[in-house]
Write a protein that binds this ligand. Sequence first.
Ligand code: SAM
Ligand code: SF4
Length: 473
Amino acid sequence: MTVEILSRELHNFIDEGRIWDDIARAENPAPGLVRDVLEKGLEKKGLSPHEAAVLLKNTDADLDEEIFETARTIKKGIYGNRLVLFAPLYVTNECGNQCAYCGFNAKNEDLERRTLTMDELRKEVEALEDIGHKRLLLVYGEHPKLGAEWMADTVRTVYDVTSEKSGEIRRVNINCAPLDVEGFRTLGEVGIGTYQCFQESYHQKTYAHVHHAGRKTNFLWRLHALHRAQEAGIDDVAQGVLFGLFDTTYEVLGLLYHALQLEKDFGVGPHTISFPRIEPALGSELAFNPPHPTTDHQFKKIVAVLRIAVPYTGLILTTRETAELRKELLEVGVSQLSAGSRTYPGAYQDPNYDRPDVQQFCVGDSRSLDEVIHSIVTEHGYVPSWCTACYRLGRTGEHFMELAKQGFIQKFCLPNGLLTFKEYLEDYASERTRDAGMALLNQEVDSFPDPKFKGSLVRRLDRIQHGERDLYY
Ligand code: SAM
Ligand code: SF4
């Protein structure tokens, strides 16, 4: 397969005609058809892009509720009430591209450009470790002077920052511009978790319209980024679309065709999918006035339909959405959440961090990690998790998906999540979060279904109470 892939031309596996045909056949779907698709969804084997379009094109409010209910059932069945937390860390805002929606675009002359030194990066990581983060997403602008070797150095630096008081970062994921296979290999060698690259738009004309200059103008090079990462041995890859640029149904189908192509070529689809909505960004007119704004209802439907269509793929949300909408999005599908996010280099040590002039985009929710956790626990009854067990035990890519399909997530991810939650409550939580968190944790342990496993879990929680750290199954 490798030889075949290496010689593969950069063909466009996103067939626009086929997507429009899928959508046209899904217009005004009969209620019986919508229910047939939902019934198939409940088998947890996923949906075809056309079936996803049938759900997205339904306009009947009662049937929309049935779509949400199906997504809730699938979410609960596979993921339970566990929610993985992470923080983005911006390493550089230097960028040679001109993406019309982004505050870091090269044309934005008002933006103070900054690339963290390794020392500054270390301080950012310390600040994040001090409040309890264990999983980071490193984010980079695309500048020719900052290549794969330098990025690999930044990852090494992050993993190196450990202290007895505040712990360590246990998984570093990356969101950077597409590299060649050699570049990805360099990143793979320093032990990155997921490589994340958002296609922004799967509609080639729209893509060309919003990417004015720089390397990112090459649609096909970006479209094949996750393939090259896989070829280089990074087997947890993550897709995304920037909603607001083009027709939402088209973009969801683009995501699904991309996932199918990865599955066909590598035996495994994306580890996660992200679906940012365009946020206001200084230096970008488009970001204040997106051509295809996504309503809250459409957004909730996108999340629900993705949950049904790719049941074992993690869905990532940022904390930008309002608390009420976030609660609904968690219920219908989201499994990972960023918290306490700051979106410019050096932000975590900046005492005046609320600065729209240097942010990539405006973060609507500036609550601290502890506040977000308090709300997750008390308002939603979710168990926050910083688990990194699978990545560290080599349960990645196809191997992870196989286990997930056998019910592994419910069996192991919840206890692993509880172990990391206990660490958080012991080491970082405010008093009110600790009280609320301990009540939830005890309730989860009491209702743990497997008595043998429960005994082992209780013993491990006790070991954490007595000072041991980083225990997992
Ligand atoms: N420079 C790399 C790239 O473009 O792939 C990675 C970092 S870039 C900052 C990460 C993502 O931010 C982009 O892929 C885009 O989807 C998202 N983004 C850019 N501008 C945004 C905005 N105004 N609102 C929300 N998300 C935005
Ligand atoms: Fe640069 Fe990425 Fe922003 Fe585009 S989206 S301007 S490539 S940082």
